[in-house]
Design a binder for this molecule. Structure first.
Ligand code: ATP
Length: 241
C-alpha cells in the first residue's frame, strides 16, 4: 500500500529524518513510535507533501508521490489527521465534515456522512455545535471522522491520544482498533507506546531521525530495548502509558 524508501528531510541545517525506509501493507495497522523530536511528525508531513523531502521515494499503491501536490494526495487515497487535531473551531461539526468531504460528489458525500456519523454517534448528537466547543476527545473524534470522509485507502494519524484524559485515550485507541478491524489501512504515530503496540500489527521505533527497531508489534512489546526505553519504570514514556 505505502512504501517509503531512504527518506531524508531537513529543516535548513537540521536533518530531522535521516534515510528511513518502511512500508505499510494493505489492511495493516502500522505504528511509528518514539520520543519527542525523533522525526515522526516530519515523516508523516513528508508523506502528505507538507514538507519538501531532500531525497528518497514515497510510493502509494505503486504510484510515486514525487511532484504530486499536497492537494492531490487525498484524491490518491491518503488522508491525514494531524497532530493537535486542527479542527476548524468556528465551524460546526457538520461543516468540518463537509470540509473533509469537499472533493466528493453530492451522493458520495451523503453516503460517507451517514457512515461516518454511524461510526461516531457523539458527532451526530453534536452535529450543529461549533467544533471549538467540543471536548478534547470529541475534537479528536471529529479530526479522525473528517479524515475518514474521503473513505481513504490509507489513513494517517498523528498522535491522536495527545493531551487527552486516560479514559478518553482508551476510547480513541478502541476506535482506531475498530477502524483496523473494518479494513482501513492505518499508519499511526504515537508516543503512547504501550497502547499503540497493543493494537498494531507491526511497529517501527524512531530515534534521532532513524529507525532503530522494527517488527511485529507483539514482539516489540517484549523487546528489552523497547521495554527499557519506553515501557519500564523510569522510561521516556513512564506516566504516559
Ligand atoms: P513530537 O512527538 O514532539 O512531535 P516528532 O518525533 O514528531 O516529535 P518532529 O516534530 O518530526 O519529531 O521533529 C524532528 C526534529 O525536527 C526535531 O529536532 C525538531 O526540533 C525539528 N523540527 C521539526 N519541525 C521543525 C521546523 N519547522 N523547523 C526546524 N526544525 C524543526
Amino acid at each position: 500500500m505505502l512504501v517509503v524508501s531512504n527518506l531524508c528531510v531537513s529543516y535548513g541545517p537540521v536533518a530531522a529524518v535521516k534515510g528511513i525506509s518502511f512500508e505499510v501493507d494493505s489492511g495493516e495497522l502500522v505504528t511509528i513510535i518514539g520520543a519527542n523530536g525523533a522525526g515522526k511528525t516530519t515523516t508523516l508531513n513528508a508523506i502528505m507533501g507538507l514538507v519538501p523531502i531532500v531525497s528518497g521515494n514515497i510510493v502509494l499503491k505503486g504510484n510515486s508521490l514525487a511532484g504530486v501536490p499536497v492537494e492531490n494526495r487525498a484524491g490518491m487515497g491518503l488522508s491525514f489527521s494531524p497532530e493537535g487535531r486542527r479542527v476548524f473551531k468556528s465551524l460546526s461539526v457538520i461543516d468540518n465534515l463537509r470540509a473533509g468531504g469537499c472533493t466528493l460528489s453530492r451522493s458520495d458525500f451523503d453516503r460517507r456522512l451517514g457512515s461516518v456519523l454511524e461510526q461516531f454517534p457523539v458527532l451526530r448528537e453534536r452535529r450543529e455545535q461549533d467544533a471549538g466547543t467540543l471536548s478534547g476527545g470529541e475534537q479528536q473524534m471529529l479530526a479522525i471522522a473528517r479524515a475518514l470522509m474521503v473513505n481513504p485507502t490509507c489513513l494517517i494519524l498523528d498522535e491522536p491520544s495527545l493531551g487527552l484524559a486516560p479514559k478518553i485515550v482508551t476510547k480513541v485507541f478502541e476506535i482506531i482498533a475498530e477502524l483496523r478491524a473494518s479494513g482501513v489501512t492505518i499508519l499511526l504515530v504515537e508516543q503512547n507506546v504501550k497502547k499503540s503496540l497493543a493494537i498494531a500489527d507491526r511497529a517501527y521505533v524512531m530515534e534521532l531521525g532513524m529507525i532503530v527497531r522494527s517488527g511485529p508489534a507483539d514482539e516489540l512489546a517484549d523487546d528489552q530495548f523497547v521495554h527499557d526505553s519506553y515501557l519500564g519504570t523510569g522510561s521516556r514514556e513512564s506516566g504516559n502509558g
